[in-house]
Ligand binder design. Structure first.
Ligand SMILES: [Zn+2]
Length: 310
């Protein structure tokens, strides 16, 4: 599909990683989006909330503490989230927030599977036994089916972390599309000597939890100015229920208002999938590798590593 020159579109992808984020951040995001007539795709984590394990890395990973403090992580994520699964027992996210999940779908948003144990996947996927990868992915899909009554048609890997095995497991579900990677245009992923046929739609814009750590973007006005000009054509923007749905809700609403004022429109990821799949033979096959992004610890999966510069 060819769009008129100058058209700017942003597909919003909402990653929900924790119980607190899903229970409190999702309803707030549904209000913010609903007030503005915008639809988004919400990806839910269904298993244990062990996000406090991630917080512990603050104290064990060099350079992480400075980044966390600079970005105001405790106020950004909330202390309960920071301690879940460490000092506090790990609660089930789905059991504790399924009403908020269903309310997002009832408000007209699209929904999909983010994962089962977000922290475990993100930290250990490359070392996970193959059967554990399919078990975790299967548990998340089973819980999605229980909550929504229909099978999930899309998933988005926790922390943009994939492996040849996880892509293979995803391929066994009849998904319409995934959103597992960062940067570039939609593609079919190749990994481990195999090319897959599930359409991958990458996140193209930097995330707010990354840009908040950029030293040249201090303050809300600088953040708004950056995001206002960030969309160039069709973009995918990932937000977090834990961040934009909580302490940064006002800033996020401001970013949306800027985009709306400039005529930016908000297709769903599934709309972008439909557009791409209309011309299936034109979709490239790209090897999935890892890359580092400014403001994010660790690596992310990408099919377009040449674009990993700012
Ligand atoms: Zn996530």
């Amino acid at each position: 599909m060819s769009l008129p020159a100058g058209t700017r579109r942003v597909a919003l992808k909402v990653d929900c990683d924790t119980l607190e984020g899903t229970r409190e951040g999702v309803p707030r995001l549904v209000r913010i989006l609903g007030d503005r007539g915008i639809r988004a795709t919400f990806y839910f984590t269904f298993g244990p909330d062990r996000s406090g394990v991630a917080a512990l890395r603050v104290f064990t990973r060099k350079g992480f503490l400075a980044k966390m403090l600079r970005s105001g992580a405790p106020s950004l994520y909330g202390w309960r989230t920071m301690l879940s699964g460490t000092l506090l027992p790990a609660p089930s996210i789905a059991r504790g927030s399924e009403d908020a999940m269903r309310a997002a779908a009832e408000a007209g948003h699209d929904t999909g599977v983010h994962g089962w144990d977000h922290v475990g996947w993100h930290d250990r996927l490359p070392r996970m036994p193959p059967e554990r990868v399919s078990e975790e992915y299967g548990l998340a899909h089973a819980e999605y089916l229980r909550v929504f009554g229909v099978p999930a048609r899309t998933s988005a890997a926790p922390g943009w972390t994939v492996s040849p095995r996880s892509l293979e497991v995803q391929e066994t579900r009849s998904l319409r599309h995934t959103s597992d990677t960062r940067l570039g245009a939609p593609f079919f992923p190749a990994a481990g000597g195999r090319a897959f046929t599930t359409l991958e739609i990458p996140t193209t814009l930097p995330t707010l939890d990354e840009t908040l750590a950029w030293p040249d973007l201090r303050g809300d006005a600088a953040q708004r100015a950056f995001f206002r000009r960030a969309p160039r054509g069709t973009e995918v923007h990932t937000i977090h229920a834990e961040v934009e749905g909580r302490s940064k809700a006002e800033l996020f609403a401001g970013i949306l208002d800027d985009w709306l004022a400039d005529g930016v429109t908000f297709p769903l990821l599934s709309d972008l999938a439909d557009e791409a799949l209309e011309h299936r033979s034109r979709i490239p096959v790209r090897e999935v590798v890892t890359a580092r992004l400014p403001g994010r610890g660790g690596t992310v999966a990408t099919g377009w590593p040449e674009m990993a510069t700012r």
